[in-house]
Design a protein around this ligand. Structure first.
Ligand SMILES: Nc1ncnc2c1ncn2[C@@H]1O[C@H](COP(=O)(O)OP(=O)(O)OP(=O)(O)O)[C@@H](O)[C@H]1O
Length: 399
Protein backbone atom coordinates (compact mmCIF):
# COMPACT_ATOMS: atom_id res chain seq x y z
CA UNK A 1 0.00 0.00 0.00
CA UNK A 2 1.44 3.38 -0.92
CA UNK A 3 -0.03 6.80 -0.43
CA UNK A 4 -1.65 9.00 -3.02
CA UNK A 5 -1.18 12.76 -3.31
CA UNK A 6 -4.19 15.04 -2.97
CA UNK A 7 -4.59 18.60 -4.21
CA UNK A 8 -7.51 20.90 -3.49
CA UNK A 9 -7.66 24.17 -5.41
CA UNK A 10 -10.07 27.01 -4.81
CA UNK A 11 -12.69 24.85 -3.13
CA UNK A 12 -15.77 26.80 -2.09
CA UNK A 13 -19.03 25.66 -0.54
CA UNK A 14 -22.15 27.28 0.82
CA UNK A 15 -25.38 26.05 2.33
CA UNK A 16 -28.23 28.39 1.49
CA UNK A 17 -26.94 31.90 2.01
CA UNK A 18 -24.08 31.00 4.37
CA UNK A 19 -20.66 30.28 2.88
CA UNK A 20 -18.97 27.48 4.75
CA UNK A 21 -15.71 27.15 2.76
CA UNK A 22 -13.85 30.04 1.15
CA UNK A 23 -11.38 29.27 -1.66
CA UNK A 24 -9.54 26.46 0.04
CA UNK A 25 -6.14 25.53 -1.41
CA UNK A 26 -4.37 22.55 0.13
CA UNK A 27 -1.73 20.17 -1.17
CA UNK A 28 -1.19 16.90 0.67
CA UNK A 29 1.85 14.84 -0.24
CA UNK A 30 1.72 11.11 -0.92
CA UNK A 31 2.24 9.28 2.37
CA UNK A 32 1.75 12.37 4.49
CA UNK A 33 -0.22 12.57 7.75
CA UNK A 34 -2.13 15.84 7.34
CA UNK A 35 -4.45 17.02 10.07
CA UNK A 36 -7.24 19.54 9.61
CA UNK A 37 -7.74 21.23 12.95
CA UNK A 38 -9.92 24.12 14.03
CA UNK A 39 -12.82 25.08 16.26
CA UNK A 40 -16.25 23.54 15.95
CA UNK A 41 -18.10 24.69 12.84
CA UNK A 42 -15.04 25.95 10.93
CA UNK A 43 -15.73 23.60 8.01
CA UNK A 44 -13.37 20.64 8.59
CA UNK A 45 -15.96 17.91 8.09
CA UNK A 46 -17.44 19.66 5.07
CA UNK A 47 -14.02 19.74 3.42
CA UNK A 48 -13.46 16.06 4.20
CA UNK A 49 -16.87 15.12 2.77
CA UNK A 50 -16.09 17.03 -0.40
CA UNK A 51 -12.80 15.18 -0.71
CA UNK A 52 -14.59 11.87 -0.17
CA UNK A 53 -17.26 12.68 -2.77
CA UNK A 54 -20.08 12.61 -0.22
CA UNK A 55 -20.75 16.29 -0.94
CA UNK A 56 -20.09 18.46 -3.99
CA UNK A 57 -18.20 21.78 -3.88
CA UNK A 58 -19.78 24.86 -5.46
CA UNK A 59 -16.47 25.55 -7.15
CA UNK A 60 -12.87 24.37 -7.25
CA UNK A 61 -10.86 21.33 -8.25
CA UNK A 62 -10.20 18.07 -6.40
CA UNK A 63 -7.18 16.13 -7.64
CA UNK A 64 -6.42 12.67 -6.28
CA UNK A 65 -3.28 10.94 -7.52
CA UNK A 66 -2.90 13.61 -10.21
CA UNK A 67 -6.38 13.01 -11.65
CA UNK A 68 -9.25 15.47 -11.46
CA UNK A 69 -11.73 13.62 -9.28
CA UNK A 70 -14.68 16.06 -9.06
CA UNK A 71 -16.89 13.79 -11.15
CA UNK A 72 -15.75 10.50 -9.56
CA UNK A 73 -18.20 8.70 -7.32
CA UNK A 74 -16.88 8.02 -3.77
CA UNK A 75 -16.16 4.39 -4.61
CA UNK A 76 -13.96 5.44 -7.55
CA UNK A 77 -11.77 7.86 -5.58
CA UNK A 78 -9.32 5.33 -4.12
CA UNK A 79 -10.09 6.59 -0.62
CA UNK A 80 -11.58 5.14 2.55
CA UNK A 81 -13.27 7.03 5.32
CA UNK A 82 -13.34 6.31 9.06
CA UNK A 83 -15.92 8.25 11.07
CA UNK A 84 -16.25 8.84 14.79
CA UNK A 85 -19.29 6.55 14.90
CA UNK A 86 -17.77 3.34 13.68
CA UNK A 87 -20.79 2.38 11.55
CA UNK A 88 -20.18 -1.35 11.78
CA UNK A 89 -22.94 -3.75 10.73
CA UNK A 90 -24.27 -4.83 14.16
CA UNK A 91 -25.66 -8.19 13.04
CA UNK A 92 -22.45 -9.32 11.31
CA UNK A 93 -19.37 -10.87 12.83
CA UNK A 94 -16.13 -8.88 12.70
CA UNK A 95 -14.90 -11.17 9.90
CA UNK A 96 -17.88 -10.26 7.70
CA UNK A 97 -17.68 -6.58 8.60
CA UNK A 98 -14.10 -6.59 7.37
CA UNK A 99 -14.90 -8.54 4.21
CA UNK A 100 -17.94 -6.46 3.23
CA UNK A 101 -16.19 -3.66 1.29
CA UNK A 102 -14.36 -6.26 -0.84
CA UNK A 103 -17.50 -8.33 -1.34
CA UNK A 104 -19.41 -5.28 -2.53
CA UNK A 105 -16.62 -4.24 -4.88
CA UNK A 106 -15.69 -7.65 -6.31
CA UNK A 107 -18.63 -10.04 -6.20
CA UNK A 108 -21.75 -9.70 -8.34
CA UNK A 109 -25.08 -9.76 -6.48
CA UNK A 110 -25.82 -13.47 -7.07
CA UNK A 111 -22.34 -14.45 -5.92
CA UNK A 112 -22.99 -12.86 -2.53
CA UNK A 113 -25.66 -15.50 -1.76
CA UNK A 114 -24.20 -18.26 0.39
CA UNK A 115 -25.51 -21.24 -1.61
CA UNK A 116 -25.98 -19.93 -5.16
CA UNK A 117 -22.73 -18.00 -4.85
CA UNK A 118 -20.71 -21.14 -4.27
CA UNK A 119 -22.04 -22.61 -7.54
CA UNK A 120 -20.95 -19.70 -9.75
CA UNK A 121 -17.67 -20.52 -11.54
CA UNK A 122 -14.61 -18.50 -10.51
CA UNK A 123 -16.22 -17.18 -7.36
CA UNK A 124 -14.45 -19.43 -4.91
CA UNK A 125 -11.08 -18.02 -6.03
CA UNK A 126 -12.41 -14.50 -5.42
CA UNK A 127 -13.75 -15.55 -2.00
CA UNK A 128 -10.35 -16.98 -1.18
CA UNK A 129 -8.66 -13.68 -2.07
CA UNK A 130 -11.08 -11.83 0.17
CA UNK A 131 -10.38 -14.22 3.06
CA UNK A 132 -6.65 -13.65 2.61
CA UNK A 133 -7.11 -9.87 2.62
CA UNK A 134 -9.20 -10.08 5.83
CA UNK A 135 -6.54 -12.28 7.46
CA UNK A 136 -3.74 -9.87 6.51
CA UNK A 137 -5.56 -6.81 7.83
CA UNK A 138 -6.58 -8.51 11.09
CA UNK A 139 -2.99 -9.52 11.66
CA UNK A 140 -1.75 -5.96 11.03
CA UNK A 141 -4.24 -4.58 13.55
CA UNK A 142 -3.91 -7.44 16.04
CA UNK A 143 -7.61 -8.33 15.95
CA UNK A 144 -7.40 -11.96 14.80
CA UNK A 145 -8.90 -13.17 18.07
CA UNK A 146 -11.99 -11.02 17.55
CA UNK A 147 -13.03 -12.23 14.10
CA UNK A 148 -15.96 -14.37 15.26
CA UNK A 149 -17.45 -11.71 17.57
CA UNK A 150 -20.27 -9.28 16.86
CA UNK A 151 -19.61 -5.50 17.33
CA UNK A 152 -21.70 -5.48 20.54
CA UNK A 153 -19.15 -7.89 22.06
CA UNK A 154 -16.23 -5.48 21.50
CA UNK A 155 -14.79 -2.59 23.52
CA UNK A 156 -14.70 0.92 22.03
CA UNK A 157 -11.04 0.58 21.09
CA UNK A 158 -11.62 -2.79 19.46
CA UNK A 159 -14.55 -1.44 17.44
CA UNK A 160 -12.40 1.45 16.35
CA UNK A 161 -9.76 -1.00 15.13
CA UNK A 162 -12.35 -3.01 13.20
CA UNK A 163 -13.61 0.18 11.54
CA UNK A 164 -10.04 0.97 10.59
CA UNK A 165 -9.59 -2.56 9.27
CA UNK A 166 -12.65 -2.15 7.13
CA UNK A 167 -11.13 0.98 5.63
CA UNK A 168 -7.82 -0.84 5.07
CA UNK A 169 -8.98 -3.97 3.24
CA UNK A 170 -9.42 -2.18 -0.05
CA UNK A 171 -5.90 -0.77 0.21
CA UNK A 172 -6.90 2.81 -0.49
CA UNK A 173 -4.28 5.43 -1.34
CA UNK A 174 -5.91 7.94 1.01
CA UNK A 175 -7.54 7.48 4.42
CA UNK A 176 -9.96 10.15 5.54
CA UNK A 177 -10.67 10.20 9.27
CA UNK A 178 -13.23 12.38 10.96
CA UNK A 179 -12.63 12.53 14.73
CA UNK A 180 -12.11 8.75 14.84
CA UNK A 181 -11.00 8.73 18.50
CA UNK A 182 -13.65 10.94 20.02
CA UNK A 183 -15.74 8.07 21.38
CA UNK A 184 -12.82 6.58 23.31
CA UNK A 185 -11.95 7.32 26.92
CA UNK A 186 -8.80 9.33 27.65
CA UNK A 187 -6.42 6.42 28.28
CA UNK A 188 -7.54 4.49 25.24
CA UNK A 189 -7.36 7.60 23.09
CA UNK A 190 -3.68 8.02 23.91
CA UNK A 191 -3.00 4.38 23.11
CA UNK A 192 -4.94 4.31 19.82
CA UNK A 193 -3.39 7.65 18.84
CA UNK A 194 0.07 6.11 19.03
CA UNK A 195 -1.13 3.00 17.20
CA UNK A 196 -2.63 5.05 14.37
CA UNK A 197 0.60 6.96 13.85
CA UNK A 198 2.59 3.77 13.82
CA UNK A 199 0.16 2.19 11.37
CA UNK A 200 0.29 5.17 9.04
CA UNK A 201 4.10 5.09 9.01
CA UNK A 202 4.03 1.37 8.29
CA UNK A 203 1.42 1.59 5.50
CA UNK A 204 3.00 4.74 4.04
CA UNK A 205 -0.58 5.75 3.24
CA UNK A 206 -1.83 9.32 2.98
CA UNK A 207 -3.93 10.24 6.02
CA UNK A 208 -6.23 13.25 6.14
CA UNK A 209 -7.32 13.48 9.74
CA UNK A 210 -9.95 15.84 11.13
CA UNK A 211 -9.97 16.82 14.78
CA UNK A 212 -10.76 19.78 17.00
CA UNK A 213 -8.27 18.39 19.54
CA UNK A 214 -4.99 20.27 19.32
CA UNK A 215 -3.10 17.56 21.21
CA UNK A 216 -4.06 15.00 18.56
CA UNK A 217 -3.07 17.42 15.84
CA UNK A 218 0.30 18.22 17.43
CA UNK A 219 1.28 14.66 18.29
CA UNK A 220 0.18 12.79 15.18
CA UNK A 221 0.74 14.96 12.14
CA UNK A 222 3.51 15.55 9.65
CA UNK A 223 1.77 18.84 8.91
CA UNK A 224 -1.26 20.64 10.28
CA UNK A 225 -3.75 22.80 8.38
CA UNK A 226 -5.42 25.18 10.83
CA UNK A 227 -8.92 26.19 9.72
CA UNK A 228 -10.89 29.16 11.00
CA UNK A 229 -14.25 30.37 9.68
CA UNK A 230 -14.12 28.31 6.51
CA UNK A 231 -10.58 29.25 5.50
CA UNK A 232 -7.16 27.69 5.98
CA UNK A 233 -5.11 30.12 8.04
CA UNK A 234 -1.81 28.23 8.17
CA UNK A 235 -0.32 24.96 6.93
CA UNK A 236 2.92 23.95 8.63
CA UNK A 237 4.63 21.32 10.78
CA UNK A 238 3.47 21.09 14.41
CA UNK A 239 6.72 22.74 15.55
CA UNK A 240 6.29 25.71 13.20
CA UNK A 241 2.62 26.16 14.10
CA UNK A 242 3.56 26.37 17.79
CA UNK A 243 6.69 28.51 17.52
CA UNK A 244 5.72 30.74 14.60
CA UNK A 245 1.93 31.03 14.31
CA UNK A 246 0.96 33.18 11.34
CA UNK A 247 -2.10 34.57 13.04
CA UNK A 248 -3.23 35.32 16.58
CA UNK A 249 -6.15 32.88 16.18
CA UNK A 250 -3.68 30.07 15.44
CA UNK A 251 -1.52 31.15 18.40
CA UNK A 252 -4.56 31.05 20.68
CA UNK A 253 -5.88 27.75 19.39
CA UNK A 254 -2.66 25.75 19.74
CA UNK A 255 -1.10 25.39 23.19
CA UNK A 256 -2.53 24.54 26.60
CA UNK A 257 -2.85 26.59 28.70
CA UNK A 258 -3.37 29.10 25.90
CA UNK A 259 -0.77 31.69 24.97
CA UNK A 260 -0.93 34.95 26.97
CA UNK A 261 -1.98 37.92 24.88
CA UNK A 262 -1.01 41.35 26.19
CA UNK A 263 -2.02 44.71 24.70
CA UNK A 264 0.91 46.78 23.41
CA UNK A 265 1.64 49.91 21.44
CA UNK A 266 4.30 50.99 18.97
CA UNK A 267 6.74 53.78 19.90
CA UNK A 268 8.27 56.54 17.78
CA UNK A 269 11.05 54.35 16.37
CA UNK A 270 8.84 51.35 15.86
CA UNK A 271 9.79 49.82 19.21
CA UNK A 272 7.22 47.64 20.95
CA UNK A 273 5.90 49.08 24.21
CA UNK A 274 4.41 46.94 26.94
CA UNK A 275 2.91 48.42 30.12
CA UNK A 276 4.23 51.78 28.85
CA UNK A 277 7.85 50.52 28.79
CA UNK A 278 9.88 50.22 25.60
CA UNK A 279 10.95 46.67 24.86
CA UNK A 280 14.07 45.53 23.02
CA UNK A 281 12.06 44.85 19.91
CA UNK A 282 11.34 46.86 16.78
CA UNK A 283 8.64 46.20 14.19
CA UNK A 284 7.62 47.76 10.87
CA UNK A 285 4.33 48.90 12.40
CA UNK A 286 3.63 52.62 12.42
CA UNK A 287 4.30 54.69 15.57
CA UNK A 288 1.11 54.88 17.59
CA UNK A 289 -0.27 51.62 16.15
CA UNK A 290 -1.81 49.14 18.51
CA UNK A 291 -0.18 45.72 18.70
CA UNK A 292 -0.66 42.52 20.66
CA UNK A 293 2.11 40.52 22.29
CA UNK A 294 1.84 36.77 22.65
CA UNK A 295 3.96 34.95 25.21
CA UNK A 296 3.66 31.24 25.97
CA UNK A 297 3.08 30.28 29.64
CA UNK A 298 6.35 28.32 29.74
CA UNK A 299 8.23 31.45 28.64
CA UNK A 300 7.00 33.54 31.57
CA UNK A 301 9.84 33.72 34.11
CA UNK A 302 8.70 33.41 37.72
CA UNK A 303 10.88 34.14 40.75
CA UNK A 304 10.32 34.46 44.48
CA UNK A 305 9.16 37.82 45.79
CA UNK A 306 11.35 38.15 48.85
CA UNK A 307 14.76 36.72 48.08
CA UNK A 308 17.91 37.85 46.36
CA UNK A 309 17.14 35.46 43.56
CA UNK A 310 14.93 37.62 41.44
CA UNK A 311 14.32 38.94 37.96
CA UNK A 312 15.78 42.05 36.40
CA UNK A 313 13.09 44.65 35.60
CA UNK A 314 10.47 42.44 37.19
CA UNK A 315 6.76 42.89 37.43
CA UNK A 316 5.13 42.21 40.77
CA UNK A 317 2.29 39.75 40.50
CA UNK A 318 -0.40 38.36 42.77
CA UNK A 319 -1.14 34.66 42.52
CA UNK A 320 -4.81 34.26 41.69
CA UNK A 321 -4.93 30.51 41.16
CA UNK A 322 -2.50 27.59 41.35
CA UNK A 323 -3.20 24.55 39.21
CA UNK A 324 -1.01 21.70 40.39
CA UNK A 325 -0.68 19.04 37.70
CA UNK A 326 1.82 16.90 39.59
CA UNK A 327 4.84 17.22 37.33
CA UNK A 328 4.21 20.91 36.67
CA UNK A 329 2.31 23.88 38.02
CA UNK A 330 0.24 26.47 36.21
CA UNK A 331 0.10 29.83 37.98
CA UNK A 332 -2.60 32.31 37.07
CA UNK A 333 -1.19 35.70 37.96
CA UNK A 334 -2.43 39.27 38.10
CA UNK A 335 0.29 41.75 37.23
CA UNK A 336 0.29 44.31 40.05
CA UNK A 337 -0.80 47.84 39.40
CA UNK A 338 -2.86 46.62 36.52
CA UNK A 339 -5.40 44.10 37.71
CA UNK A 340 -6.81 43.75 34.24
CA UNK A 341 -3.72 41.92 33.00
CA UNK A 342 -3.73 38.24 33.71
CA UNK A 343 -0.81 36.04 32.82
CA UNK A 344 -0.53 32.27 33.03
CA UNK A 345 2.89 30.82 33.83
CA UNK A 346 3.92 27.20 33.57
CA UNK A 347 6.69 25.87 35.82
CA UNK A 348 8.21 22.52 36.60
CA UNK A 349 7.10 21.29 40.03
CA UNK A 350 10.73 21.38 41.21
CA UNK A 351 11.09 25.03 40.22
CA UNK A 352 7.86 25.92 42.01
CA UNK A 353 8.93 24.13 45.21
CA UNK A 354 12.21 26.08 45.20
CA UNK A 355 10.35 29.38 44.84
CA UNK A 356 7.98 28.43 47.65
CA UNK A 357 10.85 27.50 49.97
CA UNK A 358 12.78 30.70 49.38
CA UNK A 359 9.80 33.03 49.73
CA UNK A 360 7.98 34.22 52.82
CA UNK A 361 5.14 35.70 50.78
CA UNK A 362 2.90 32.92 49.52
CA UNK A 363 0.60 35.26 47.57
CA UNK A 364 3.10 37.12 45.46
CA UNK A 365 5.87 36.41 42.97
CA UNK A 366 7.99 38.37 40.54
CA UNK A 367 7.42 37.89 36.86
CA UNK A 368 9.81 38.47 34.00
CA UNK A 369 8.58 38.82 30.43
CA UNK A 370 11.51 38.42 28.09
CA UNK A 371 11.03 40.26 24.82
CA UNK A 372 13.10 37.57 23.13
CA UNK A 373 10.13 35.30 23.57
CA UNK A 374 7.49 37.71 22.31
CA UNK A 375 5.34 36.95 19.30
CA UNK A 376 4.02 40.28 18.02
CA UNK A 377 0.73 40.63 16.15
CA UNK A 378 -0.75 43.70 14.50
CA UNK A 379 -4.22 44.98 15.32
CA UNK A 380 -5.80 42.64 12.73
CA UNK A 381 -4.12 39.61 14.34
CA UNK A 382 -1.45 38.90 11.68
CA UNK A 383 1.96 38.18 13.10
CA UNK A 384 4.63 40.75 12.26
CA UNK A 385 8.37 40.29 12.01
CA UNK A 386 10.44 41.75 14.81
CA UNK A 387 14.06 42.75 15.20
CA UNK A 388 15.97 42.91 18.46
CA UNK A 389 17.16 46.44 19.25
CA UNK A 390 19.99 45.60 21.64
CA UNK A 391 21.02 42.88 23.96
CA UNK A 392 22.14 44.57 27.14
CA UNK A 393 18.87 44.59 29.04
CA UNK A 394 17.78 41.06 28.38
CA UNK A 395 15.58 39.79 31.17
CA UNK A 396 16.85 36.77 32.95
CA UNK A 397 16.84 35.14 36.33
CA UNK A 398 19.97 36.21 38.19
CA UNK A 399 21.33 35.15 41.55
N1 LIG B 1 -25.90 20.03 5.31
C1 LIG B 1 -25.73 21.23 5.86
N2 LIG B 1 -26.67 22.21 5.72
C2 LIG B 1 -26.50 23.42 6.25
N3 LIG B 1 -25.40 23.81 6.96
C3 LIG B 1 -24.45 22.89 7.14
C4 LIG B 1 -24.55 21.55 6.61
N4 LIG B 1 -23.43 20.88 6.95
C5 LIG B 1 -22.67 21.74 7.66
N5 LIG B 1 -23.27 22.93 7.78
C6 LIG B 1 -22.72 24.13 8.47
O1 LIG B 1 -21.45 24.37 7.94
C7 LIG B 1 -20.54 24.80 8.94
C8 LIG B 1 -19.32 23.89 8.94
O2 LIG B 1 -19.70 22.61 9.40
P1 LIG B 1 -18.68 21.40 9.58
O3 LIG B 1 -19.43 20.22 10.04
O4 LIG B 1 -17.89 21.27 8.33
O5 LIG B 1 -17.75 21.99 10.73
P2 LIG B 1 -16.63 21.25 11.59
O6 LIG B 1 -15.46 22.15 11.58
O7 LIG B 1 -16.41 19.86 11.10
O8 LIG B 1 -17.28 21.24 13.03
P3 LIG B 1 -17.26 20.11 14.19
O9 LIG B 1 -15.86 20.10 14.75
O10 LIG B 1 -18.26 20.65 15.17
O11 LIG B 1 -17.66 18.82 13.58
C9 LIG B 1 -21.32 24.80 10.24
O12 LIG B 1 -21.73 26.11 10.51
C10 LIG B 1 -22.49 23.90 9.95
O13 LIG B 1 -23.61 24.29 10.72
Amino acid sequence: MTGTAVKLSNISKGYGTSRVLHDIDLEINAGEFMTLVGPSGCGKSTLLKILAGLDQPDGGLIEIGGEIANQFRPSKRNIAMVFQSYALYPHMRVRDNLAMPLIMANLPFAARMPVIGSLIPGMSAKRQKINTAVATVSKTLGIEALLERKPSELSGGQRQRVALGRAMVRQPGVFLMDEPLSNLDAALRTQVRAELVELQRRLKATFVYVTHDQVEAMTMSDRIAVMMDGAIVQVATPGEIYAAPADIRVARFIGSPPINILPATVGAQGQVQLFGESQNLRTDLMPGDRAQIGIRPEDVIVAAQTTLRSVRSPHEARIRLIENLGNEVILHLNISGDNQTEVAARLAQREWSAIRESSSDSDRVRVGLSSQRFLVFDSTGSRVQTEEIHDSQRLEVVS
